[in-house]
Design a protein around this ligand. Structure first.
Ligand SMILES: Cc1ncc(COP(=O)(O)O)c(C=O)c1O
Length: 382
């Protein structure tokens, strides 16, 4: 049996929707993109949704819209994808890496507080795997220190913090529709905000800084006249991508319930096994389960994490590691950020493996992953 790490859940609805756009003769940002934005706002309950071509673009525009620039510091977890880090450097601001909780893999207010200086302007919190950070304590700390909060919700559609859907909590939230994410448009992203001024600015910035109707300049209703109020970027979504997104969003709850079931099956099979540790998820129903990470109990095993991954690969099962902490990359080779300052990240990185979890995975495939994981662990216990 071959089980890839991810397989997108796409069907005739997406194909028909894209075909309709192609037949319409208008392929880039237009009516379909705005329809997707409207459906997204309705789905998460946000006042404004702005579609872009990636979550990386969304995070960049979020920082830009808050006027983050040279000399400013932005705190982020070291346990994230490099995109969360790189957007800060686009604006010549300084990324400040923060450790995460070794059990939840999330950034927490008490660690963030240690990193705050007079130059701190923003915190980017990452809802790792779709598990929401403790937003009340982070927002409280941020407001006491006059710092902006941006949520990197690349994994967190749909996820719920207390009673609120992610996308409605802090000033700006950024989602990803990358090929492996919980809904996909191939490449794509969305920004949600409650602030109409920020929304208007981001809408201009995503399309060269030109006035908001410029996308319409080739249509009958449009005009060739437009203005540029500040330099922008080419970050708009296309109608082809939006057509896929609209159909994916309709299936978002269904796909979520399918991932929930796989997560439950994994958890009941692995719980209490001394050869591994589970990710600590206090409210499984509020987690989007974009990832299913486990930590191996290396001290009880004859193999390390990398050998475990190789054995799974040999058995036909694709896995991944989330993440290589940012301070381990060459970009930090000359810095004084040593792994021993990041106990949580190091504990996770040395032992973590992400197992396949996606809507199209059958019960049989899930069981095969469980059996293979158990078999490799049992054969290699000390
Ligand atoms: C936590 C996190 N943030 C941001 C991104 C960037 O998303 P995108 O590929 O849509 O730019 C990713 C993508 O994997 C991610 O995992």
């Amino acid at each position: 049996m071959k089980i890839p790490f991810h397989r997108a859940y796409l069907s005739t609805e997406e194909i028909n929707s894209v075909t309709e756009v192609i037949k319409s003769g208008w392929l880039t940002m237009g009516e379909k993109t705005f329809e997707f934005e409207k459906s997204f706002s309705d789905y998460v309950g946000a006042s404004h949704s702005i579609a872009v071509n990636s979550c990386t673009a969304a995070l960049h525009l979020a920082l830009k819209s808050l006027n983050i620039g040279p000399g400013d510091e932005v705190i982020l977890p070291a346990m994230t994808f490099v995109a969360t880090w790189e957007v800060i450097t686009y604006l010549k601001a300084k990324p400040v890496l923060c450790d995460v909780n070794k059990d939840t893999f999330l950034i927490e207010a008490k660690e963030i507080e240690k990193k705050i200086t007079k130059n701190t302007k923003a915190i980017i919190c990452v809802h790792y795997g779709g598990l929401p950070c403790d937003m009340d304590s982070i927002l409280d700390l941020a407001s006491k220190n006059n710092i902006h909060v941006i949520e990197d919700a690349a994994h967190a559609l749909p996820a719920t913090y207390k009673t609120k859907k992610i996308g409605t909590i802090s000033k700006i939230t950024c989602f990803s529709f990358y090929a492996t994410k919980t809904i996909t448009t191939g490449e794509g992203g969305m920004i949600t905000t409650e602030d109409s001024e920020i929304s208007e600015r981001i809408k201009r910035l995503r399309l060269h800084g030109i006035t908001k109707d410029a996308w319409n300049r080739y249509s009958e209703k449009g005009t060739w006249v437009y203005d540029v109020s500040e330099p922008g970027y080419k970050y708009n979504m296309t109608d082809i991508a939006a057509a896929i997104g609209i159909e994916q969003l309709k299936k978002c709850d269904l796909m979520n319930s399918m991932r929930q079931k796989i997560a439950q099956k994994y958890t009941s099979a692995f719980a209490g096994n001394p050869l591994l540790e589970l990710w600590k998820v206090d409210n499984p129903a509020g987690c989007s389960w974009h990832l299913y990470p486990i930590k191996l109990n290396i001290k009880n095993l004859k193999i390390d994490r990398d050998e475990f991954i190789e054995k799974l690969k040999f058995a036909g099962i694709g896995t991944s590691v989330h993440y290589i902490p940012i301070y381990r990359f060459t970009i930090y080779k000359d810095s004084d950020l040593w792994p021993e300052f990041f106990h949580g990240c190091e504990d996770i990185f040395s032992r973590e493996v992400s197992l396949p979890i996606y809507p199209g995975m059958s019960e049989e495939e899930t069981q095969f992953v469980i059996d293979t994981v158990m078999d490799i662990l049992n054969k290699n216990k000390k």
